[in-house]
Design a protein around this ligand. Structure first.
Ligand SMILES: Nc1nc2c(ncn2[C@@H]2O[C@H](COP(=O)(O)OP(=O)(O)OP(=O)(O)O)[C@@H](O)[C@H]2O)c(=O)[nH]1
Ligand SMILES: [Mg+2]
Length: 455
C-alpha cells in the first residue's frame, strides 16, 4: 500500500533537490504536484485541501534554517504536516487503574474485527498483560467459533456466555475478574452498512461494559467509504481510536490516511497482514516517512541540523567547485559526516541514494584507515599531495599503521575524485547540472581504500 504515492513523492522531491532558492511560484507548483499525488492516492478532498493549505503557508513563510537547503526545508514541512494529518504523536491504549481495562471493537462486516481482536490480544500478552477475548458477535453463526480458534492460536482464553450480545459482554467482564485477567477485548457483530440496529446494539454493549477504549476497525481497502463509515461511527458511538486493517493490500489507501483528520480520532493500530503477528501500533511519523519514500530523511535532516556546520560545508563545496579541495578538507568532511552517527545509517538516510544501495554495507574500518593515513601527513602534504615522494609514503604508512600500497591507493582515489569534481563543476558552470546529491557517473569506490567505500 502507498507504493505509488511514495513513488510520486520521491519524484517530486528528486526534482526539488536540484533547485536552489524557491520562489512563491515554485512553491505553488510543488503544492499542486503534491495535491495531485494525494488525490490520486484517494486521500479525501477535504483532507488534501487542509494539508496543502498548511504546507503552502509554512513554505511561503520561509522558516529559515541555515543548515537546510530550500528543498530540505520543504521536505521537512511536508513531512511534519503529513505526520499531523496522520495524528501527530502515537497514542497508547488507556489503562484502567481498576482492572480490567475494556477495549470494544466495532466496524463493518469483514473489516477485520475478529482478526484484530486476536492480534491485539496477542500483542497485549507479549506486552506482559493478561487479556481475555469476548465473543459478542452472535449475529453470524460461526463468529464465536472463529474467535475461539484464534484465541487458542494466540493462547488467550475466550469467553462467550449469554443469550444476547449485552449479556455476553457483561459476563465477559465478570469472567475476567474471576480469572484475574486485566484486559478484556470485546469483538462485536458487523453489518454490511451502517444501520440503526447495529448502532443500537453497539450503544447497549458500550453502556453495559463502559469501555476504556472503543476502537473502530477500518478496512484500508474500502476507499472513500471508509471515511463515511468512520464519520458515522464517531458520531454515534464514542469512538476513541481507529484500527486500520489490510494495510498490506495493494489499494491506493489514501482514504485510510484521511480517517484521523475527518473523525478527529487517532489511528492506534495497523493490521499489516493475515497472520496474527502482522499487527503493530501505528506511528504517524514512521508512516509519514514511509509514504514520503525517502528512507528516514527527517532523521537525517534533524541530525544535519544538530551536527553539520553549514558554513564549513559551504566552504568545502566552494573549494570542490574551484578544484581546490584538499586531503585536509576531505578529512574534515569525513569527520563531520561521522559526527552524525554510523555511516551505515547515514547512507540509508541520504536522499538521492538509490533504493538498492540503502541496505548495503559501509566499511567503517576502511574509513578509520583513511583517517589515519591523512592524519599521518603534514599540512603541506595534505594540501599538495604531489610532494609525497617514496620516502614520505613509507613514513606516512608507518605513522598510520598501514602499508605504502594503502597510501598509494588513497592518493590515487583522491586524485580521481578531485578530477571528477572539477569535471563536474565545469558541467555545473554551464548550468546543466547543479551540485546536489551524488554527481552523475559517481563511482562510490573512488572514495575508499582498496575495497572502496563498500556502498
Ligand atoms: N491481508 C490482510 N487480511 C486481513 C487483515 N485483517 C483481517 N484480514 C482478513 O479479512 C477477512 C475478514 O476478517 P475478520 O476478522 O473475520 O473480519 P470481521 O470484521 O470480524 O468480519 P465480520 O465478523 O464478518 O463482520 C479475513 O479473511 C481476515 O483474514 C490484514 O491486516 N491483512
Ligand atoms: Mg468478526
Amino acid at each position: 500500500m502507498f507504493d505509488s504515492l511514495s513513488d510520486r513523492f520521491e519524484g517530486i522531491f528528486t526534482r526539488l533537490r536540484s533547485r536552489g532558492k524557491l520562489t512563491e511560484k515554485d512553491i505553488d507548483e510543488i503544492a499542486r504536484e503534491i495535491r495531485l499525488a494525494l488525490l490520486e492516492a484517494d486521500v479525501n478532498v477535504r483532507v488534501v485541501k487542509a494539508l496543502i493549505a498548511r504546507i503552502k503557508e509554512r513554505a511561503n513563510g520561509a522558516e529559515v534554517a541555515k543548515s537546510l537547503s530550500p528543498a530540505q526545508q520543504v521536505i521537512k514541512i511536508v513531512h511534519e504536516e503529513l505526520v499531523a494529518t496522520l495524528g501527530g504523536d502515537a497514542r497508547k491504549l488507556s489503562v484502567n487503574p481498576k482492572p480490567p481495562t475494556v477495549v470494544l471493537l466495532a466496524g463493518l462486516q469483514g473489516s477485520g474485527k475478529t482478526t484484530a481482536a486476536a492480534k491485539l490480544a496477542r500483542w497485549l500478552e507479549r506486552d506482559g498483560k493478561r487479556p481475555l477475548l469476548v465473543g459478542a458477535d452472535l449475529q453470524r453463526p460461526a463468529a464465536v467459533e472463529q474467535l475461539k480458534v484464534l484465541g487458542e492460536r494466540v493462547g488467550v482464553p475466550v469467553s462467550s456466555t449469554g443469550s444476547d450480545p449485552v449479556e455476553v459482554a457483561r459476563n465477559g467482564i465478570d469472567e475476567a475478574i474471576r480469572l484475574g485477567r486485566n484486559f478484556v477485548i470485546v469483538d462485536t457483530a458487523g453489518r454490511l452498512q451502517i444501520d440503526v440496529e447495529l448502532m443500537d446494539e453497539l450503544r447497549a454493549i458500550r453502556d453495559a461494559v463502559n469501555p476504556d477504549d472503543s476502537l473502530l476497525v477500518v478496512d484500508a481497502m474500502t476507499g472513500q467509504e471508509a471515511v463515511n463509515v468512520a464519520e458515522a461511527f464517531a458520531e454515534t458511538v464514542d469512538l476513541t481510536g481507529i484500527v486500520l486493517t489490510k494495510l498490506d493490500g495493494d489499494a491506493r489507501g489514501g482514504a485510510a490516511l484521511s480517517v484521523k483528520e475527518v473523525t478527529g480520532r487517532p489511528i492506534m493500530f495497523a493490521g499489516v497482514g493475515e497472520k496474527l503477528e502482522d499487527f503493530e501500533p501505528f506511528y504517524p511519523d514512521r508512516m509519514a516517512s514511509r509514504i514520503l519514500g525517502m528512507g528516514d530523511v527527517l532523521t537525517l535532516i534533524e541530525k544535519a541540523e544538530q551536527a553539520f556546520d553549514a558554513e564549513q560545508a559551504a566552504v568545502a563545496t566552494e573549494k570542490l567547485r574551484q578544484g581546490e579541495f584538499t586531503l585536509q578538507d576531505f578529512l574534515e568532511q569525513m569527520r563531520q559526516m561521522r559526527k552524525m552517527g554510523p555511516l551505515q545509517n547515514l547512507v540509508a538516510m541520504l536522499p538521492g541514494v538509490p533504493k538498492e544501495l540503502r541496505n548495503a554495507d559501509v566499511d567503517e574500518g576502511e574509513l578509520a584507515r583513511i583517517e589515519a593515513i591523512i592524519c599521518s601527513m603534514t599540512m603541506e602534504e595534505r594540501s599538495n599531495p604531489t610532494v609525497i615522494n617514496g620516502s614520505r609514503r613509507i613514513r606516512i604508512a608507518q605513522g598510520s599503521g598501514t602499508t605504502t600500497q594503502d597510501v598509494n591507493q588513497l592518493l590515487k582515489q583522491f586524485k580521481q575524485v578531485s578530477q571528477m569534481m572539477k569535471q563536474f563543476s565545469r558541467v555545473n558552470k554551464k548550468g546543466k547540472r547543479k551540485l546536489t546529491g551524488l554527481p552523475p557517473g559517481f563511482d562510490p569506490s573512488a572514495l575508499g581504500g582498496p575495497g572502496g567505500l563498500k556502498l
